[in-house]
Design a protein around this ligand. Structure first.
Ligand SMILES: Nc1ncnc2c1ncn2[C@@H]1O[C@H](COP(=O)(O)OP(=O)(O)OP(=O)(O)O)[C@@H](O)[C@H]1O
Ligand SMILES: [Mg+2]
Length: 452
């Protein structure tokens, strides 16, 4: 009997109204970990994450001295179990369990952890951790004895093949908020932290490609999108920068780029849908072939919620939304992305979809009085947006530190800084022109992505 069919038998014996969590841990979660390839000496009960105790932790043992059961360090996977009477299908108990697995995965003792599972033997969801980001790796699945073996195969395949990259789509359904500027400077800031980065210009305007002065090669992105036989590697260029150190000139590779080509500009959204096989799924498939070669893949999209943006969001693990504190419509459009476009994408992807990160302010005015006024007005608008939204709680997306009894309304901000806009004339990221700008974007990288 295989571990997976043993798990199915165990599942069939659990009462549909089982209310004791311990029973789910012993009769479902532990056999599940066995079916996922961990044996008893690779599993620990009640593992201290540094942010509370998780029910189970697991990791493959190394050499004979390195037995996880005996020295529980560097877990790879965490599992939080609930009893069957806790509703993990939807609603507040599900959301609480998601917050719980996220905080465990980010706990001090779990820096090595890559995966988190929440389950009550009725539902199960796998979460992936990449740096500071925790995002869904599967939909929240309904478990039955008919599908449990398939679920195990799917989970095991993901767990054993952890992909290196986090794909970030920088998107707001509002123009001129700094999407392209963020992609360029965040990519450069990540590169200064020794991360291997790829940027994709998926805006037919081609601002990203132009601002970096990159020329597309012989084989173009448009050809690659249309012809599945073309290897995506042939459209990847490297963005290099001339540097002078101690009087010596050298050329340094900063990050890779898939540039926009002129043909892409002539392609309307409806033509793209007609000519490109698999429509808005095509970009995701292309990127999948590159995910083990980079730490971060950043996608720049246009504003309108049409082919190009839908493809970028569809391809992403997470969505980063720039807003402008002095542009109230950028805040309202951010809410549309969170409440409509990302859930729409999650429904068609059927794998949990991308996770939306809390918004940030791009272009906070200089001068304390001007910036305080702009932020106050923006926060008044956010208050309205949050209180009028009935379908979901928007607070964590706007004020991530806000808690009952601690009304912290802080939002991460990048200042409005002339060097940032003038850098495009020099065809180089602003972070390489000014130390302060580098610090701003490195702190954006630390705030959302890098776990240092
Ligand atoms: N923090 C900043 N400080 C100063 N200027 C900025 C800042 N961020 C962006 N800009 C400038 O604002 C303008 C719009 O930025 P950007 O092109 O990045 O926005 P976008 O959202 O990509 O626009 P589009 O919707 O046209 O694609 C550009 O001229 C850019 O240089
Ligand atoms: Mg742009």
């Amino acid at each position: 009997m295989t571990e997976a069919s043993y798990l199915r038998e165990k599942l069939e014996r659990i009462s549909p109204t089982e209310s004791v969590e311990r029973v789910i841990v012993q009769h479902f979660a532990v056999p599940l970990l066995h079916a996922l390839g961990f044996h008893d000496l690779e599993i620990r009960y009640e593992f201290e994450t540094g942010c509370g105790q998780v029910d189970l932790a697991a990791r493959k043992n190394g050499d004979p001295e390195d037995i996880f059961f005996r020295s529980p360090k560097n877990p790879y996977l965490l599992l939080e179990a609930k009893s069957r009477v806790v509703n993990l299908k939807e609603g507040s108990c599900y959301r609480d369990a998601v917050c719980q697995i996220e905080s465990y995965l980010l706990g001090e003792n779990c820096k090595s952890a890559k995966w988190g599972i929440i389950t009550n033997a009725n539902n199960i969801q796998l979460w992936r951790r990449h740096g500071k980001v925790v995002h869904p790796a599967t939909a929240n699945l309904d478990i039955s004895s008919n599908n449990i073996e398939g679920i195990v195969r799917n989970l095991r395949d993901k767990i054993e093949n952890y992909e290196r990259a986090l794909t970030i789509c920088v998107y707001n359904n509002k123009g001129g908020v700094g999407k392209t500027t963020t992609v360029i400077n965040l990519a450069a800031a990540l590169a200064t932290k020794r991360k291997k980065v790829l940027v994709v210009d998926f805006d037919s305007q081609g601002d990203l490609t132009r601002n970096l002065g990159v020329t597309p090669g012989k084989i173009t992105l448009t050809q690659c999108l249309k012809d599945p036989k073309i290897d995506v590697h042939s459209v990847v260029q490297t963005y290099r920068l001339k540097t002078v150190r101690q009087g010596k000139q050298s050329i340094v590779s900063i990050f890779d780029i898939i540039p926009r080509d002129p043909e892409l500009e002539t392609l309307t959204d409806s033509q793209a849908v007609a000519y490109i096989q698999k429509g808005t799924r095509r970009l995701r498939d292309l990127i999948a072939l590159l995910r083990n070669e980079y730490d971060y893949i950043l996608i720049d999209c246009p504003t309108q919620w049409l082919y190009f943006s839908q493809s970028g969001v569809f391809a992403a693990d997470v969505i980063l939304i720039p807003t402008r504190p002095d542009d109230l419509s950028s805040l309202n459009n951010a809410a549309r992305v969170i409440t409509r476009f990302v859930p729409e994408t999650a429904r068609s992807r059927q794998d949990g979809g991308p996770r939306t990160l809390p918004i940030f302010f791009n272009g906070v005015p200089s001068g304390s009085e001007r910036s305080e006024n702009a932020i106050k007005r923006a926060n008044d608008e956010i208050e309205k947006i949050v209180s009028q939204e009935r379908s979901m709680n928007l607070l964590p997306y706007f004020w991530p530190h806000f808690k009952r009894g601690n009304e912290n309304k802080s939002i991460f901000g990048i200042p409005d800084y002339a060097v940032i806009s003038s850098a495009s004339f020099d065809r180089r990221p602003a972070v390489f022109s000014h130390r302060k700008v580098l610090e701003y974007y490195q702190s954006l990288a630390r705030e959302y992505f890098i776990d240092e």
